[in-house]
Design a protein around this ligand. Structure first.
Ligand SMILES: *Cc1c(COP(=O)(O)O)cnc(C)c1O
Length: 342
């Protein structure tokens, strides 16, 4: 099976497993796991931040960051289709007792003007206190769209003026950086906290890392413990994460090229209405006839190709390091063989 459902499906390579096998470990709740310390140091340095925290998932890093930034009753501003709101099980309300202000925006992105419009006047007791702005880059529901860094800087300037923290759900931030060629440290300077998934396109089996100031990470470490996320000899998985972060960033451009190739092929099919312009590794296909979605998915499955339903009349294909150039050629051939009756 060629599995395009998500870039989370990758299996650790032999070299990654070797790094994991050889990992030195210790009790991380005591701060004694050298492999976790090495990963946290590397991630913090890469993004020009003081400190980092290794966590079990991107949901956990996001939820911990939100919990540190906001108080119960406060409000988080984010895009209406953002992962932190839509796909984290109501965690903002459940874990932090905060409300959300959901903004519309082009392909999962929001801008400084609309954020400014929705910041509540802090002295008016009717309104929840706006306490956090959160962006997603790349934007998953936006089909892997990348922010223009100028817009991030404009949002940063607004947040700074108002004393609001700015968080990045950077599950796929390395994909964004591979496209816009911005230095990771510039992202680090723009955001108060960044959550980075190691288990997406970077190919580690488990884990995400949260970066921020030393004080922020100290608080985050406490929240992680409270949420039951203090792991012991987890260096064995952190070593896979460090391997992913050091070896698999540069090759993300291959995934992007593969996604482009799929897009071009989809656009030639008479059953395809449109494709969300591919910028990174996510291909979202809008079908002409929404009712045919599951039938088309079944045809792909019969060819040995797995994709995901992504809403009414939409399919999502995600490229990743376990999908080769040959797999892409094969898939493009099969896309041409899909038959959709009227
Ligand atoms: C995958 C993802 C996450 C985190 O997901 P986990 O499965 O909890 O690691 C967060 N944000 C976005 C945009 C994602 O795609």
């Amino acid at each position: 099976m060629i599995d395009f459902r998500s870039d989370t499906v990758t299996k650790p390579s032999a070299a990654m497993k070797e790094a994991m096998f050889a990992a030195e470990v210790g009790d991380d709740v005591f701060g004694e796991d050298p492999s976790i310390i090495a990963l946290e140091r590397y991630a913090a340095e890469l993004f020009g931040k003081e400190a980092a925290l290794f966590c079990s998932s991107g949901t956990q890093t996001n939820q911990i960051a939100i919990n540190v930034h906001v108080q119960p009753g406060g409000e988080v501003i984010c895009h209406e289709e953002s992962h932190i709101y839509k796909y984290e099980g109501g965690g903002i309300a459940k874990n932090s007792g905060a409300s959300v202000r959901l903004l519309k925006g082009d392909r999962g992105r929001i801008d400084a003007q609309s954020i400014e419009q929705w910041i509540n006047p802090p002295l008016d007791v009717h309104f929840p206190l706006t306490q956090l702005v959160s962006l997603e880059d790349t934007a998953n529901r936006g089909g892997g769209a990348v922010y223009d860094f100028k817009n991030i800087l404009a949002i940063k300037a607004l947040c700074q003026k108002l004393g609001l923290p700015l968080h990045l759900d950077g599950a796929r931030v390395c994909n964004a950086l591979a496209v816009n060629q911005v230095n990771p440290a510039e992202y680090g300077a723009a955001f108060d906290s960044i959550s980075i998934c190691l288990s997406k396109g970077l190919g580690a089996p488990v884990g995400s890392v949260l970066v921020g100031t030393r004080e922020f990470i100290q608080k985050a470490r406490r929240v992680r413990k409270v949420m039951g996320g203090g792991m012991r000899q987890a260096g064995i998985i952190a070593a896979g994460g460090l391997y992913a972060l050091t070896h698999n960033r540069e090759r993300l451009v291959d995934d992007h090229r593969h996604a482009k190739q799929l897009e071009e092929t989809f656009l030639k099919q008479n059953w395809v209405d449109s494709v969300l312009g591919v910028e990174t590794n996510i291909v979202v296909v809008q079908l002409k006839n929404a009712a045919k979605r599951d039938e088309i998915l079944a045809q792909f499955m019969s060819f040995g190709i797995l994709a995901m339903a992504f809403g009414p009349g939409m399919l999502r294909f995600v490229t990743h390091l376990d999908i080769s150039a040959e797999d892409i050629d094969f898939t493009c051939e099969k896309i041409g063989e899909v038959v959709v009756s009227d």
